[in-house]
Design a protein around this ligand. Structure first.
Ligand code: F6P
Length: 538
């Protein structure tokens, strides 16, 4: 079989020192060739050193690794998560037209759409005050208790959608650190608080501990034993939710073919729906569905998730850049980097291929980031002048939500574009010398000072431009990243849909609890752990 990885490495060895900006001299229409449009968005990847040859090889790599066939298998409900024997059908949750998807001989869509209707009915009744707590008062506050995929999706999307909030206030508790639940509950009135226990498995220690604390708080504050009017569960485990005291009609279920980090589109998104309402939530699903359709039907050359995946593989495996920064110029996307960390790193942070052998090359990169412009005054120094190259993924809206602050939105856009330009162009030593020549400095001191002001440039970035951060656009952005992660996982030959890497820590934490409390003797533990256990004693 042709070794395309080798071809890519060979090509890269010839072009790696070519300044990115030179590519625009070679091809005056580079922007139109190295950008792609989908769902009213533009993804520019012309500010990378990928050229036509590299991209052609990356297309070949996608063909050789069967990206399109695996994509079709995912949408069709085949059990592509084969270490867990599950289908991967989060896309069904936004298949609003109900086009049948048959799994094990049955169409999954009727139950998906029924659950969406149930969520809408429930959320309307909470929002209009028809449903009340035990004291007969409408709910003013909702606390979503969950972690990982049962927290990050709704927490990210709820912050992003703040201009659409017209429902109860939403709060999120995830950390097992008692400070999280304590500080959240402290300002709330139990009579008007709805507790949502969000856990696919309903066994996650952090969530169950916080749920117990919250229900104890409510029972004691309301002086009642039955607080089921204040409880909702979002889970695949109906038996466990019943044992916890949640009424069956307050359980919004989903199936094991929805992975935790892909679950915001269904019941796990209930807190978002309560905040913005059913219609806007449907818009969120619709935007994601449009991106699904694009991903399924657009040819490789125009396919936005595939373009983003190609850039990812090029930077990570061929250029050897270990991390990528996600930099939304949109304050309301403040939790997007954290959300994408789970989506990307839990999906593609794997070392073994589907067939069980070690991967021959690196898999998922380290994902991190922070909204601009804040990051500019923190870590961009390293991005511009540090010794490591960090590919940046910028994103910014055509317009903001505050028409009276349009001038600030222009400043935001200007900063975003200025950063990608500065990264690409840099500043040469001659330019730096000219800058210094305007000062009183001369000779060696001028030279020394000039060198500190040199930017090597040729630092790659992509930029995503979207119309406005509406529910529809947010859905499309998230689906874009989901599919990017999927394509990269296929190219690397791994299973993006399991997460065995989080299991060992969970098992050891349960065991460690006995040692920390003093109930068990930590015999046979390693010296460091024994030392730390001793150091924890006040
Ligand atoms: O962190 C591991 C994980 O299994 C994630 O994949 C998941 O999103 C999270 O825990 C929460 O799990 P659950 O929804 O079952 O509580």
């Amino acid at each position: 079989m042709r070794d395309i990885w080798n071809d890519l490495q060979n090509h890269h060895s010839h072009i790696k020192d070519r300044p990115i900006v030179d590519l625009f001299d070679v091809d005056g229409t580079r922007f139109s060739h190295f950008s792609t449009n989908a769902v009213d968005m533009v993804l520019d990847y012309s500010k990378t050193n990928m050229d036509g040859t590299a991209r052609g090889l990356l297309f070949d790599l996608m063909r050789q690794t069967g990206v399109e066939a695996k994509r079709d298998a995912m949408f069709a409900g085949e059990k592509i998560n084969d270490t867990e024997g599950r289908a991967v059908l989060h896309t069904a949750l936004r298949n609003l037209a109900g086009v049948p998807i048959v799994l094990d001989g049955a169409d999954v869509m009727p139950s998906v759409l029924q659950t969406l209707e149930d969520m809408k009915l429930f959320s309307s009744a909470v929002r209009d005050g028809t449903l009340t707590g035990v004291a007969g008062k409408p709910f003013t506050d909702v606390v979503n208790i969950g972690i990982g995929g049962s927290d990050l999706g709704p927490v990210m999307a709820t912050a992003a959608m703040s201009p659409y909030h017209d429902g109860p206030r939403t709060h999120f508790v995830s950390n097992v650190d008692g400070a999280d639940i304590h500080d959240t509950l402290k300002g709330l009135n139990p009579e008007t608080t709805l507790l949502i226990i969000a856990s696919k498995t309903f066994t996650t220690i952090e969530t169950m501990a916080n749920a117990q604390t919250a229900t104890d708080w409510m029972k004691s504050a309301l002086s009642v034993d039955d607080i089921s009017d204040h409880l909702v569960a979002l889970s695949t485990a109906a038996d466990k939710t019943a044992a916890f005291g949640v009424k069956p009609e307050r359980v919004f279920g989903f199936e094991d073919w929805v992975g935790g980090r892909y679950s915001v589109w269904g019941p796990i998104g209930l807190s978002l729906m309560l905040a913005i309402g059913g219609d806007d939530f449907v818009q969120f699903l619709q935007g994601a569905h449009e991106m699904d359709t694009h991903f399924k039907t657009a040819p490789m050359e125009q396919n936005m998730p595939m373009a983003l995946a190609m850039v990812g593989v090029w930077h990570s495996n061929i250029c050897g850049y270990a991390t990528r920064a996600v930099l939304p110029y949109e304050q309301r996307l403040t939790r997007l980097p954290a959300y994408l960390q789970q989506l990307d790193m839990e999906s593609n942070g794997k070392g073994v291929a589907m067939n069980g052998v070690d991967l021959p090359r690196d898999s998922g990169p380290i994902v991190w980031g922070e909204p601009g412009t804040n990051g500019q005054h923190a870590f961009y120094q390293l991005i511009h002048q540090g010794t490591r190259v960090i590919p940046c993924e910028f994103m910014v809206a055509q317009s903001g939500h505050e028409p009276d602050l349009a001038h600030q939105h222009e400043l935001l856009q200007a900063n975003c574009l200025a950063q990608s330009e500065a990264l690409m162009l840099g500043r040469s030593v001659n330019e730096a010398r000219a800058l210094m020549a305007a000062t009183d400095l001369t000779g060696d001191e001028l030279e020394r000072q000039a060198r500190h002001r040199v930017f090597k440039g040729s630092r790659p970035s992509t930029t995503l431009i979207y119309p406005k951060l509406t529910p529809y656009t947010l859905g499309a952005i998230i689906a874009l990243y989901e599919h990017r992660v999927f394509v990269e996982g296929v190219i690397w030959g791994l299973n993006s849909f399991d997460q065995w890497g989080v299991e060992l820590g969970k098992v050891l934490a349960t065991e460690m609890q006995g040692y920390v409390s003093g109930a068990d003797a930590p015999d046979g533990k390693d010296g460091s752990t024994l030392g730390l256990l001793a150091a924890l004693k006040p």
